[in-house]
Design a protein around this ligand. Structure first.
Ligand code: SAM
Length: 280
């Protein structure tokens, strides 16, 4: 059973109800109150798992009163579980303010991990997952969105975005404008649900697939974009070799400098020679 008197951050399924954990169900049944983003929406989940715990509403923008009320209950020794409509609370969902306030007030906060669309999407996308940047929802207004994407153009990490169906098309077009039509991307739709789909290809191919099939614009979706890779240096020599060669060229002929730089760096003499010629 959970530890006494804490705020539990409970992940709920993102589609398939079987993705709830046993610990999540136990916690939801055990706590005194469940703080939910939308109590009517979450009532269906509670009914499915026979959870009868009373529910309260919580939004980050619900004003001081909402979090003050929850903090007061926690101070009185009550246990509260925070859930969102789907997935992990605080991940593009309410909870940040409440968790921060609890930590500041010395109230225990316990995570009960489970589903999250971003981890579900990247785990099956086939994109580099050693480093990625979760970007949440891109700005809704077109100018802000363009500026936002342009700042990410040279980010080498896989970029992960949430998007709503009615902004998907505009967002993908803005991504194509910023990242280029050839940048590889994956669109993960309706994860864990009946129509789960992964579409992949260059951004222009993805747009073409959506244009050909309107159904692909529907439902919940995660957009993942491959990170930036620098185009190969046309000279084909390493940064170290070009630096060494530049120094040697200050004192020696092209031929001598290239030969010496080849010995120092291990690069091919001919390549260095051609590069040195292009610099003079
Ligand atoms: N807290 C949630 C989580 O842990 O993933 C995210 C909540 S956010 C308000 C909702 C967005 O998450 C959707 O617009 C969509 O981008 C993504 N999402 C949620 N469920 C999804 C699913 N089943 N398939 C694809 N994307 C999903």
């Amino acid at each position: 059973m959970p530890t006494n008197n804490a705020l539990y951050i409970v992940a709920t399924p993102i589609g398939n109800l079987s993705d709830i954990t046993l610990r999540a169900i136990d916690t939801l049944k055990y706590v005194d109150f469940i703080a939910a983003e939308d109590t009517r929406h979450s009532a269906k989940l509670m009914q499915h798992f026979a959870v009868k715990t009373p529910m309260l509403t919580y939004h980050d923008h619900g004003g001081v009163q909402q979090s003050a009320r929850l903090l007061e209950l926690l101070r009185q020794g009550k246990n509260i579980a925070l859930i969102s409509d789907a997935g992990t609370p605080l991940i593009s969902d309410p909870g940040y303010r409440l968790v921060k306030q609890c930590r500041e007030a010395g109230i225990k906060v316990v995570p009960i991990p489970g589903a999250s669309a971003l981890v579900t999407a990247i785990s099956a996308a086939g994109l580099a997952s050693d480093r990625f940047s979760f970007e949440g929802f891109p700005p809704a207004k077109s100018l802000a969105r363009e500026n936002y994407f342009s700042e990410l153009v040279q980010d080498t990490r896989t970029l992960i975005f949430y998007e709503s169906p009615h902004r998907l098309w505009d967002s993908l077009q803005a991504m194509q404008g910023a990242f280029g039509a050839q940048r590889y991307a994956v669109l993960a739709r309706e994860l864990t649900k009946q129509y789960e789909t992964f579409l992949s290809g260059s951004l222009s191919e993805l747009l073409a697939q959506l244009q050909a099939d309107n159904n692909q614009k529907r439902g919940e979706m995660v957009i993942m974009v491959e990170g930036y890779t620098a185009p190969d240096d046309p000279s084909g020599i390493s940064k170290e070799a070009s630096e060494v060669l530049q120094i040697l060229l200050e004192e020696l002929s092209v031929k001598q400098a290239s030969a010496l730089a080849a010995k120092i760096t291990g690069e091919k003499k001919n390549k260095l020679y051609r590069w040195a010629l292009s610099q003079t």
